[in-house]
Design a protein around this ligand. Structure first.
Ligand code: FES
Length: 76
């Protein structure tokens, strides 16, 4: 995930960046996809950014909320 910049837009529907999602997980203790959605709005529209299994877009996302959650939840 290191190749993704903090300003990388993970959720293109709601324009939510990697930094905002990290902040929700690390500083606000979001430990589920639902909570990330509550705090940032990410993943609350088409849901393509939540996980590869919910990605129904023609062009697949490069980074999913589940990946970010798994990476940063461990550090809490
Ligand atoms: S890309 Fe995140 S809800 Fe659509």
């Amino acid at each position: 995930m290191a190749k993704f910049h903090q300003s990388y837009e993970v959720c293109t529907c709601k324009h939510v960046s990697l930094a905002e999602i990290k902040h929700a997980i690390i500083d606000r203790n979001a430990d589920t996809i639902e909570k990330i959605g509550e705090f940032t709005d990410a993943g609350t529209s088409c849901k393509c950014c939540q996980d590869s299994s919910t990605d129904i877009g023609a062009e697949k996302m490069e980074l999913y909320l589940t990946q970010i959650l798994n990476k940063f939840k461990k550090d809490i």
